[in-house]
Design a protein around this ligand. Structure first.
Ligand SMILES: Cc1cc2nc3c(=O)[nH]c(=O)nc-3n(C[C@H](O)[C@H](O)[C@H](O)COP(=O)(O)OP(=O)(O)OC[C@H]3O[C@@H](n4cnc5c(N)ncnc54)[C@H](O)[C@@H]3O)c2cc1C
Ligand SMILES: NC(=O)c1ccc[n+]([C@@H]2O[C@H](COP(=O)([O-])OP(=O)(O)OC[C@H]3O[C@@H](n4cnc5c(N)ncnc54)[C@H](O)[C@@H]3O)[C@@H](O)[C@H]2O)c1
Length: 465
C-alpha cells in the first residue's frame, strides 16, 4: 500500500489554493501548499486584483481632490506621478501577505516554497530556490497555479516601453501617452487608472463594443465615461505590428492607422500556468491557452488530480477562484459541491460596474417577458451629498411573476450595491420578487435607496403597485 504524506497537496497559494487548503484542513485533512513565489497570496495579491484595485483607489482620491469644489478652492490642481500612486498602492500587498501567512500557519497548513511539477498523479517534485529537490506524495493534488498575461511572440516584452499587467507595476515614470491594446476587463480598468492620472490613452478594442458580456446600456455608459475622461476608444481594430525605438513605440493597425506612444500596455487575455507542471507525465493536456478542463467536482481527466481558479479559464475571478477551491476541497472531503457558475461581475473602471443575472439581450433572445426599473444615482440623496452622482441601477424582472432576472449597475460602489439585489434574487420561489424593495424600509440616505426607486419605477410600468 502506498504511503501518503498528505491528504491534499495544493499547487499555488492564490485564492483558489487558499480556499481549498483552508476548507480541507478545517475538515481534518493533512494539507500542504507548494508556492514558487517566496510569499503567499498568488498573483491575486502580488500582480492582479490587489495592486490594481489599490492603484485605482489612489487615483480616485486624486481625481476627487481635483474635481471636488471643496478642495478646488484651496489651491492649484494636484498632479501626482504614477510612481507615487504606485507606492501608495503597494502598501496593501504586505498587509495581505501578513494576514495570509498567519492564516496558513495558524491552521497548520504546511508550506513548501519552490517550483512544483508532476512525477506521477500523486507524486510531485518541488525544486527549491537553491536547486535542491523535494518529493511530496498526496492522495489528492489540486492544480491552482493561476494565470499570467498572454504574450504573443511578435511583441518584444523586453523593451522598456512595452508592458503587460504584471510589469506595469514596475514602471518608474509617468508617460504622457499610452496605448492599451486589448479592451477586456484589465484594459478598461487600466484605461481608467491612467486617464485619471492625466495620461492620454488610446484603448484598442478588437470588437465593436466594450465588454460585450455586459448589458448594452452599461457598456454604452462605460464607453461614454471613458471618452469623457480622456480615453480614445478605438473599436474593431487589430494590430499588424509593433515597432520601437529609444523614445517611443509605434503600433501599426490592420486598418492602416499608425499610432505612436510613450508606452504600450498589452492586455490581451491570459494564459494558464501549466507549462512547467510536466503534465505529460500524468497524461493531461491543456488547451492552447494553457487551461485545463474539469468536471463539476473540479476533477481533471486524471483521477485524484483537480484544478481550480484561473487555470481552468472562465470566469477567472478571485471571487470565483476562492469558491472553486473551496468547492473542490469539499468534494474531496465527501461533502456537497457547489459548481461556481453564477459569480457576479465587479469591474473597477471609473465608473465602477457590477452585474448579476441576465442581460436585456439574453432575455429578449430567450423570449422572456420582462420589464425594466431604473434609478439614476443623481436622483438619490446620498449621491447628491457625496458628489458621486454618475451612475444607474437597473432591475430586470419578469412581467408576470415580478421575479428579479438581472441587476445591472454602474457608478460609485456598484460592486457593493449589487449584493443587496443578489441576495433577493437568490431566494427561492416567490421570495425572489421586486416587491421586496417596496415592502421593506431601507436606511436613508444610502445608495441602496436606488433599489426602492428602481423597483417603484418598474412596478409603475407594469402598474402593479
Ligand atoms: C490586473 C488584474 C486585475 C484583477 N482584478 C480582479 C478583481 O478586481 N476582482 C476579481 O475577482 N478578480 C480580479 N482579477 C483576477 C484574479 O486576480 C484571479 O482570478 C485570481 O488571482 C486567480 O486566482 P488563482 O488562485 O487561480 O491563481 P493566482 O492568483 O494566479 O495564483 C497562483 C499561484 O500559483 C503559483 N504557481 C504557479 N505555478 C507554480 C508552480 N509550478 N509551482 C508552485 N507554484 C506555482 C504562482 O506563483 C501564484 O502564486 C484580476 C487579475 C488581474 C491580472
Ligand atoms: N474586476 C474584475 O473582476 C477583473 C479585473 C481584471 C481582470 N479580471 C479577470 O482577468 C481576466 C483577464 O482579463 P483580460 O482583460 O486580460 O482578458 P479578457 O479575456 O477580458 O480579454 C482581453 C482582450 O483579449 C482578447 N482575447 C481574449 N482571449 C483571446 C483569445 N483566446 N484569442 C484572441 N484574443 C483574445 C479579447 O478580445 C479582449 O479584447 C478576465 O477574464 C477577468 O475575469 C477581472
Amino acid at each position: 500500500m502506498a504511503e501518503y504524506t498528505y491528504d491534499l497537496l495544493v499547487l499555488g497559494s492564490g485564492p483558489a489554493g487558499e480556499g481549498a487548503a483552508m476548507s480541507a484542513v478545517k475538515a481534518g485533512m493533512r494539507v500542504a501548499v507548494v508556492e514558487r513565489r517566496e510569499m503567499v497570496g498568488g498573483n491575486c495579491a502580488h500582480k492582479g486584483t490587489i495592486p490594481s484595485k489599490s492603484l485605482r483607489h489612489a487615483v480616485k482620491q486624486v481625481i476627487r481632490y481635483n474635481t471636488h469644489a471643496l478642495f478646488r478652492t484651496i489651491g492649484e490642481p494636484c498632479w501626482v506621478s504614477y510612481p507615487k500612486v504606485l507606492k501608495a498602492a503597494n502598501k496593501v500587498i504586505p498587509k495581505q501577505v501578513e494576514m495570509l501567512t498567519t492564516l496558513y500557519a495558524r491552521n497548520r497548513v504546511h508550506m513548501h516554497i519552490g517550483e512544483a511539477s508532476f512525477v506521477e498523479p500523486n507524486r510531485v517534485q518541488v525544486i527549491l530556490d537553491d536547486g535542491a529537490k523535494e518529493f511530496i506524495t498526496a492522495k489528492n493534488v489540486l492544480i491552482a497555479t493561476g494565470s499570467r498575461p498572454y504574450r504573443p511572440e511578435n511583441v518584444n516584452f523586453t523593451h522598456p516601453r512595452i508592458y503587460d499587467s504584471d510589469t506595469i507595476l514596475d514602471m518608474q515614470h509617468t508617460p504622457r501617452t499610452m496605448i492599451i491594446y486589448g479592451a477586456g476587463v484589465i484594459g478598461c480598468e487600466y484605461a481608467s487608472i491612467f486617464a485619471g492620472l492625466g495620461v492620454k490613452v488610446d484603448l484598442i478594442n478588437s470588437r465593436d463594443q466594450l465588454l460585450s458580456f455586459l448589458d448594452a446600456e452599461i457598456s454604452d455608459a462605460l464607453s461614454y465615461h471613458l471618452r469623457d475622461g480622456g480615453v480614445t476608444v478605438r473599436h474593431d481594430e487589430e494590430y499588424e505590428s509593433v515597432e520601437m525605438d529609444g523614445r517611443s513605440v509605434t503600433m501599426h493597425l490592420r486598418s492602416g492607422k499608425t499610432l505612436r506612444t510613450d508606452a504600450l500596455l498589452w492586455c490581451n487575455g491570459r494564459a494558464g500556468n501549466t507549462d512547467t507542471l510536466n503534465l505529460q507525465a500524468i497524461g493531461l493536456e491543456p488547451n492552447h491557452r494553457g487551461q485545463l478542463t474539469v468536471s463539476e467536482r473540479y476533477e481533471t481527466d486524471v483521477a485524484g488530480v483537480y484544478a481550480a481558479g484561473d487555470v481552468i479559464g472562465w470566469p477567472s475571478l478571485a471571487s470565483a477562484s476562492f469558491d472553486q477551491g473551496r468547492a473542490c476541497a469539499r468534494g474531496i472531503c465527501g461533502l456537497t459541491v457547489r459548481f461556481v457558475s453564477d459569480a457576479p461581475t465587479g469591474i473597477y473602471t471609473l465608473p465602477e460596474i457590477s452585474s448579476v443575472g441576465k442581460t436585456e439581450r439574453e432575455l429578449t433572445e430567450a423570449k422572456v417577458p420582462y420589464e425594466v426599473g431604473r434609478a439614476f444615482f443623481k436622483n438619490t440623496a446620498r449621491a447628491q451629498i457625496s458628489g458621486e452622482d454618475v451612475g444607474m441601477l437597473k432591475l430586470l424582472f419578469h412581467f408576470d411573476t415580478l421575479e428579479i432576472l438581472g441587476i445591472h449597475c454602474f457608478g460609485a460602489e456598484a460592486a457593493e450595491i449589487i449584493h443587496i439585489g443578489q441576495a433577493i434574487m437568490s431566494q427561492p420561489g416567490e421570495a425572489n420578487s421586486i416587491k421586496f424593495f417596496v415592502k421593506n424600509t431601507f436606511n436613508y440616505p444610502t445608495m441602496a435607496e436606488a433599489y426602492r426607486i428602481a423597483a417603484l419605477d418598474g412596478l409603475n410600468r407594469v402598474n402593479r403597485l
